[in-house]
Design a binder for this molecule. Structure first.
Ligand SMILES: [Zn+2]
Length: 102
């Protein structure tokens, strides 16, 4: 991974990130609150913005985990209750997983 032109080396970038400083100029005071970053660096004007598609990976993982939890729960309910599956109880367990899991 090579930093873009005008940026310091990779090690310096990681150190500045860990210290919550601007990656390009090293200036502090780039956070409005502890978890809220300002839109631009007050010293060099670097615009802080997630690249397009940043959240796609996280979204895919959440969907995969919730689907796996749903399938495992469904199979366990089926194994434990066949041949008389309690539909109401199954729905009471499975629907909240799909509604509140993500
Ligand atoms: Zn800066």
């Amino acid at each position: 991974m090579t930093p873009p032109p005008g940026f310091p080396g990779t090690t310096k970038l990681f150190v500045r990130g860990a210290l919550r400083k601007c990656p390009r100029c090293g200036s502090g005071h780039i956070f409005r609150h502890y978890f809220t970053i300002k839109e631009d660096c007050p010293k060099c004007g670097l615009h802080f913005e997630r690249e397009q598609g940043y959240w796609v990976g996280a979204l895919a993982w959440v969907i995969a985990i919730v689907m796996a939890l749903f399938i495992i729960t469904f199979v366990v309910i089926m194994i434990l209750t066949v041949p008389e599956v309690p539909v109401g109880l199954s729905l009471a367990i499975l629907v909240p997983i799909m509604l509140f899991g993500p």
